[in-house]
Design a protein around this ligand. Structure first.
Ligand SMILES: [Mg+2]
Length: 226
């Protein structure tokens, strides 16, 4: 029986240096004459990019939103390099493990699709993900799993059940969106939330880092009988 694994990006696979991403957003807002907001103190964890930008601009999506989004993506592409990104322990091994199992591996992230590609291309990992759901189309993270599921079924040509999807992320919002769709929820304590804070949200497991991922999956699939 097949399973599909969907990874969040920030706090789960990697961390973009705080100063790079925040500075970049601050600079763009200032370019558009928005200087009263300090991006440094805002909590972005688990939110979609669409949500973050429409909150920052404090208005519904209009021409300004689309201009700021385009500037952000262009600046990110121009300035982000591998040195600005820390890849968490266990990421490469986990992806190699899933590749050996020929599992469907995808992304479930609040990042705009192009931002996800820019970040993952910078560290040579983008090609490892075959499908996904992104923050372009949705405000609410809970809308991402159904959208990823639809793409999984379409691309694979196989039948899946929501419980065949394993969603891996670093925030209570990742756990909640997995639960809302009836998928397996794996939390990793590599982001801003502690092991205890994540455990309080009742995921299937909390891992200290993805170094524990292959072993946990081995045990989980054995227990499930497939
Ligand atoms: Mg995250």
């Amino acid at each position: 029986m097949k399973r599909a694994y969907l990874f969040d990006i920030d706090g789960t696979l990697l961390k973009v240096q705080h100063k790079v991403n925040r500075k970049l957003i601050q600079r763009i807002l200032e370019r558009f004459g928005i200087s009263h907001i300090s991006v440094g103190n805002i909590d972005f964890a688990g939110k979609t990019d669409r949500d973050i930008f429409s909150d920052l601009l404090n208005q519904p999506e209009d021409e300004l939103f689309h201009q700021v989004k385009q500037h952000y993506l262009q600046e990110l592409e121009r300035h982000l390099s591998a040195e600005d990104i820390h890849v968490f322990d266990g990421v490469h091994d986990s992806l190699d493990y899933l590749q050996k199992k020929t599992a469907w591996t995808g992304l479930l992230t609040g990042n705009f699709a192009r931002a996800a590609k820019i970040k993952l291309d910078a560290i040579g990992l983008h090609e490892r993900f075959r499908f996904g759901a992104f923050g372009d189309d949705h405000h609410d993270r809970n809308d991402l799993p159904p959208s990823a599921f639809e793409e999984l079924v379409r691309k694979s040509g196989e039948s899946f059940h929501p419980s065949d999807m394993v969603i891996i992320g670093d925030t209570p919002r990742d756990i909640e969106c997995a639960r809302s769709f009836g998928s397996v929820a794996i939390a990793v304590a590599t982001g801003t939330y502690s092991h205890d804070e994540l455990a309080a949200c009742n995921p299937d497991v909390v891992l200290t880092s993805l170094t524990e991922f292959p072993e946990w999956i081995e045990g989980f699939t054995k227990k499930a009988g497939h």
